[in-house]
Design a binder for this molecule. Structure first.
Ligand SMILES: Cc1cc2nc3c(=O)[nH]c(=O)nc-3n(C[C@H](O)[C@H](O)[C@H](O)COP(=O)(O)O)c2cc1C
Length: 245
């Protein structure tokens, strides 16, 4: 199955100046896995979250709630998650306590894509094939928040169920673009959901809320090799079936 380098759509039929701007945001965004230590000003974070609040949701229910860290809270969260994950790695297993079920498995083309992006990352940061210690160290970067000065957690109202999770996905997509438009790097992290009880206690999240996803964010360290590769995309034709008659 062919996969595409992501390319700007400038000049494609039907493009408008607004679509050009959107194309820039979409194609320049990437999951940022190394950050500068400088915090993002609180007003800029507030602007990012205010933009994201425009996301669409079923019945306009807006079931998302966002917990955001800065300063000492980020350092406390980094330490709590990193210590826990490091102990799990040493013990030979993650304790994986997620509010939402993780995918049972990726098969076929989905498995291929998962592998491809994994190898792109390993190649970029110099993890050799079969080097388990180095791949564990890279995996643990998730819990070091990739060095980011901020983290966030998105929760949904439990009794809205699957569609509440979908609405949070709509929010997450909007948030990633809002961040990009402000020069903020971000990475969504399902990895956080391994430690839902820890996060629930840390942020005092009530029992009626499910933790959907985490993210780390800040200003990207563009010199870091982890930020030097870009994931590919399948050709649009592979994801589209036209119904014409
Ligand atoms: C819901 C969601 C959860 C993700 N969880 C993780 C994660 O735990 N760790 C990680 O390194 N990347 C995570 N990612 C980032 C994906 O690997 C990334 O989006 C994908 O490879 C495409 O690359 P791009 O974001 O650079 O375009 C997640 C992305 C999404 C949308």
């Amino acid at each position: 199955m062919p996969s595409l380098e992501r390319s700007l759509a400038h000049g494609a039929p039907g493009m408008t100046p607004a679509a050009d701007t959107l194309s820039d945001l979409l194609t320049r965004r990437f999951s940022c896995r190394a950050y500068l230590p400088d915090p993002v000003p609180r007003e800029t974070i507030a602007t990012m979250l205010s933009l994201s609040q425009n996301a669409a949701s079923w019945c306009n229910s807006q079931p998302w709630h966002i917990h955001v860290t800065q300063g000492a809270a980020t350092e406390r969260l980094r330490k709590a998650m990193f210590d826990r994950a490091t102990a799990d790695v040493k013990g030979g297993a993650m304790s994986a306590q997620s509010d939402l079920p993780f995918p049972e498995q990726y098969t076929g083309v989905y498995k291929e894509r998962q592998r491809e992006v994994g190898w792109q990352l390993y190649e970029a940061v110099g993890v050799a094939y079969g080097d388990r210690a180095a791949s564990a160290r890279q995996m643990l970067e998730n819990f070091r928040l990739f060095g980011a000065p901020h983290a966030l957690v998105i929760t949904t109202e439990k009794n809205i169920g699957t569609y509440g999770v979908l609405d949070c996905g709509s929010y997450l997509g909007t948030l990633l673009l809002a961040a990009q438009s402000l020069g903020i790097g971000m990475i969504p992290q399902a990895a956080f959901a391994n430690y839902c009880p820890l996060l629930r206690e840390f942020f005092d999240i009530p029992a009626n809320r499910d933790i959907v996803c985490g993210a780390s964010f800040g200003f990207p360290d563009m010199e870091h090799p982890a930020n030097a590769f870009r994931s590919r995309r399948a050709a649009p034709e592979d994801a589209i079936t036209w119904a014409e008659n």
